[in-house]
Design a protein around this ligand. Structure first.
Ligand code: 13P
Ligand code: SF4
Length: 361
C-alpha cells in the first residue's frame, strides 16, 4: 500500500498546471495520505481564507490535513517554522510562523526561543539557524536541499583567496556552508551587501561566492570588489532579451530583478533587490503590473498581499527549495530529522562572521 503516492500524483498534477514541480514521489518519505474531514475543513478554514488567492480550491483538501497536523505538532513540540519567500504557498501561508528573505530568517533565528527550529528553505539556511542557536534542535525537511552558490566554493578556496590577497577582508554571502563562513571576516545577504562592504572602511574587499551579486555591489559603491565565479542556477537563467520581450506591449510594467541575476538583466530592470526588498518596492510603488525576476513561488506568495497588482509570471524554479513539502515537514517534526549539526569549532568561527553582519544591519 502506498498512500503517499496517491497524494503526490494528485499534487503533482495540480502543481504542474501552475508550472511548479515538486520532489519526485520516489523521494517522498512514506507517509500515509491523510483524510480531509469536516473537522479539518473547519479548523483550517481561516488559513485557507487568507491563502486562497495562491492555492486553488481543488488542491486544499490535499494540503489541509497536513497543515492541520503540522500546526498541532508544532505546538506540542514548542517548534517554530521559518520559511523562505521561495517556499510553495501551502507551506508559506499554511504552516510558517515566520517568512522572509535570508536576512529576516537569520534575524528571526537569532531571536527564536522555541525548543525546535524547523527551517523550510535550503541547507545553508538551516546551518545559519544552528550557528545562531547551538542549544536548540534545528531541523530541515530535506537535508539534500542544497544551493549552487553554496556548492561553488570550499573552505580551502577561501584560504587560498586570503593567501593571494593578504589583508583584504572577505565578505561572504550567507548562501555558503558553515565551513566557508568560518573562514570569512563578515557575512552579508543581498539585502545588506552594499552596507556591509562600505562598513569595513577599506578600498578593496573580496566578495564570495556570487559573481553577479558582487558585480551589482560594485555598481553601487566605490569600494573595489574582487569576486568569485559562483552563480545561482535559478537567477543566472534570466536574459536581458526576456526583459525586452516582457516590456513589449506592456506599457507601465514594473520589472524587478534579484541581484543574483546577470548584470545585463539588472541593467534592464527598474529595480534590483532581495526578495524582501522586492515586496517593499511593490508596496511603495503600487504598480498595476509587475514582474519579479526570481524564483516561481515568490510571485504566488506576494500576490496574496497585493490583490490589486497583476503579477506577470515568467520565473525559474529552484529545485532545492522545491524539495520541501508538507509531508516532509510533518515527518521532520515527528522524527526531529533531518537535524542540522555544525562542529563547534566551525560554528564559533562562522558565528563571528554572522554576528559581525548582524551588528551592521
Ligand atoms: P534573499 O531572500 O535573501 O533575497 O535570497 C534569495 C535566494 O536566492 C535565497 O536562496
Ligand atoms: Fe541557491 Fe539560487 Fe536556489 Fe537560492 S534560488 S537556494 S541561491 S540555487
Amino acid at each position: 500500500m502506498n498512500g503517499t503516492k496517491g497524494f503526490f500524483s494528485e499534487l503533482e498534477k495540480a502543481q504542474d498546471a501552475r508550472g511548479i514541480l515538486i520532489a519526485a514521489p520516489t523521494e517522498v518519505p512514506m507517509i500515509e495520505s491523510l483524510p480531509f474531514t469536516p473537522e479539518i475543513a473547519e479548523r483550517t478554514r481561516p488559513i485557507y481564507e487568507r491563502a486562497k488567492a495562491a492555492i486553488p480550491a481543488a488542491e486544499w483538501p490535499l494540503y489541509a490535513p497536513y497543515v492541520d497536523a503540522i500546526n498541532r505538532l508544532k505546538r506540542e513540540r514548542n517548534a517554530v517554522i521559518l520559511a523562505h519567500n521561495y517556499q510553495t504557498p501551502e507551506i508559506f501561508h499554511g504552516v510558517a510562523d515566520i517568512v522572509g528573505d535570508s536576512l529576516q530568517l537569520a534575524r528571526e533565528a537569532q531571536r527564536a526561543d522555541a525548543d525546535v527550529i524547523l527551517v523550510s528553505g535550503v541547507h545553508f539556511m538551516g546551518e545559519t539557524a544552528k550557528i545562531l542557536n547551538p542549544t536548540r534542535t534545528v531541523i530541515v525537511p530535506d537535508a539534500r536541499a542544497g544551493c549552487s552558490l553554496a556548492e561553488s566554493i570550499t573552505a580551502a578556496d577561501v584560504r587560498a583567496l586570503r593567501a593571494k590577497h593578504p589583508g583584504v577582508p572577505i565578505v561572504t554571502y550567507v548562501n555558503t556552508s558553515a565551513d566557508v563562513k568560518a573562514e570569512s571576516d563578515v557575512c552579508c545577504t543581498s539585502s545588506n551587501a552594499v552596507k556591509v562592504v562600505e562598513s569595513l572602511g577599506v578600498p578593496r574587499v573580496i566578495m564570495i561566492p556570487d559573481e553577479f551579486l558582487a558585480h551589482y555591489v560594485a555598481s553601487q559603491t566605490s569600494v573595489e570588489i574582487i569576486s568569485w565565479q559562483g552563480h545561482c542556477e535559478v537567477h543566472e537563467r534570466f536574459r536581458a532579451i526576456d526583459v525586452e520581450r516582457l516590456r513589449e506591449g506592456e506599457e507601465g510594467l514594473l520589472v524587478i530583478a534579484h541581484p543574483e541575476c546577470p548584470p545585463d538583466v539588472i541593467a534592464a530592470a527598474d529595480f534590483a533587490g532581495s526578495t524582501a526588498a522586492m515586496i517593499d518596492f511593490v508596496r511603495d510603488r503600487a504598480p498595476q503590473r509587475v514582474v519579479l525576476l526570481t524564483e516561481c513561488s515568490m510571485s504566488d506568495n506576494v500576490a496574496v498581499q497585493f490583490p490589486n497588482v497583476a503579477f506577470v509570471r515568467p520565473c525559474n524554479l529552484c529545485p532545492h527549495m522545491k524539495r520541501n513539502t508538507l509531508p516532509k515537514i510533518l515527518r521532520a517534526l515527528e522524527t526531529l530529522q533531518d537535524e542540522i549539526l555544525v562542529e563547534e569549532d566551525v560554528r564559533v568561527r562562522a558565528l563571528a562572521a554572522v554576528e559581525r553582519m548582524m551588528a551592521i544591519v
